[in-house]
Design a protein around this ligand. Structure first.
Ligand code: AVJ
Length: 332
């Protein structure tokens, strides 16, 4: 048997991308740009250029979440393997699975690891990481699910033993409070009595530190923010000029979340041909493009509890910038 066929057997990939994905951008634009307070959901940032800019953000000195989460993972991967005894790792929004390798290493070393289940919208990411990881970890099977974690959680295969469902990076912060709890409840349906949710959350801290993380000196985040307009230009045949919009990032102390906005520098009338619509911005008018919630332990515990989850282990860095938590679904 050639090594190629050995790897091929170790890999299963299923795709659930359909016309629904494109409809969601059109629907979100129709819905979000006709409101009195204009808004677009952050998931549309991530075309190829947006993903590249996000990777650059993760390397910025001001953007502490990525490196801090990785450091916590490195410090506690062994403990996580011990606590969970997981035979499989399900990862929501797996991307390049860079941080995941730290976990896979410790589960592999503990001798329990059998399967990795990445779920991501980017087909190439799922296929590439399936190929790489089956080669890196002998005996590992990868069951990749190409889909949107907001729509396709029900496509995650039934578990084969104790599992970790990982939702890393602090992406839970992109959900406003109501849908955050709804989404956590959906995640809870993936957890049996032996399973854990491993979630990364950014923590409340000095607003200056937070605002710098979303408004870096090199302007990478500003470019990432404006890139969503280029997505509209390409996908919906719109005619936005990114130079007409200023990047705004501010910490909302009441809601404890970062907001990113695009503020019109002058009156802007944009045409979105594919939707047969015109959008008008007054000078100074803002479009909200992202919220990124920051957590206190109390609030996180409350959100998890509202989803029927028990926060069992709190793992953080010495400066308390970021937290990884392990939560369980008590017997239902
Ligand atoms: C990928 C959602 C975790 O909120 O920090 C980074 C996205 N936006 N800089 C975040 C982001 C601006 C990031 N998440």
């Amino acid at each position: 048997m050639s090594p190629y066929s050995a790897y091929a057997q170790a890999i299963t990939i299923e795709s659930h991308l359909d016309a629904g994905a494109e409809r969601s951008l059109a629907d979100d634009v129709l819905d979000g740009l006709t409101r009195p307070f204009k808004e677009l959901p952050p998931k549309h940032f991530y075309d190829a250029r947006g993903a590249e800019l996000f990777d650059r953000i993760c390397e910025l000195p001001e953007y502490y979440p990525t490196r801090t989460e990785r450091a916590i993972l490195e410090d506690s991967a062994e403990e996580i393997a011990e606590i969970t005894g997981a035979v499989e790792l399900v990862e929501l929004g797996s991307g390049t699975a860079a941080k995941t390798r730290v976990l896979l290493d410790s589960l592999h070393a503990a001798g329990t690891l059998r399967r990795y289940v990445p779920l991501d919208v980017t087909e190439a990411m799922v296929r590439d990481c399936a190929r790489e990881l089956t080669a890196e970890y002998p005996g590992l099977r990868v069951h990749g699910v190409i889909g949107d974690f907001e729509r396709h959680l029900d496509r995650v295969p039934a578990s084969e033993g104790p599992r970790i469902v990982a939702f890393l990076g602090g992406t839970i912060g992109n959900f406003p409070p109501g849908s955050r709890r709804r989404f956590l409840r959906q995640i809870a349906t993936l957890l049996g009595p032996e399973d854990y949710l491993l979630m990364g959350t950014d923590l409340v801290k000095d607003p200056h530190v937070l605002e710098a993380a979303y408004d870096d000196a090199d302007g990478v985040t500003a470019e990432f923010n404006r890139n969503v307009l280029l997505v509209l230009n390409r996908e919906l045949d719109a005619d936005f000029d990114t130079a007409d919009f200023e990047h705004v990032a501010l910490f909302d102390r009441e809601h404890e979340w970062i907001e990113m906005r695009l503020r019109a520098r002058r009156e802007v009338i944009a045409v979105i041909r594919r939707l047969d619509m015109e959008v008008r911005f007054e000078a100074g008018e803002e479009l909200r493009t992202e919220i990124s919630a920051k957590f206190t332990p109390e609030r996180l515990r409350g959100d998890l509890a509202a989803a029927g989850l028990d926060l069992a282990h709190w793992l953080s860095d010495p400066d308390g910038l970021f937290a990884l938590t392990l939560s369980r679904a008590p017997d239902r």
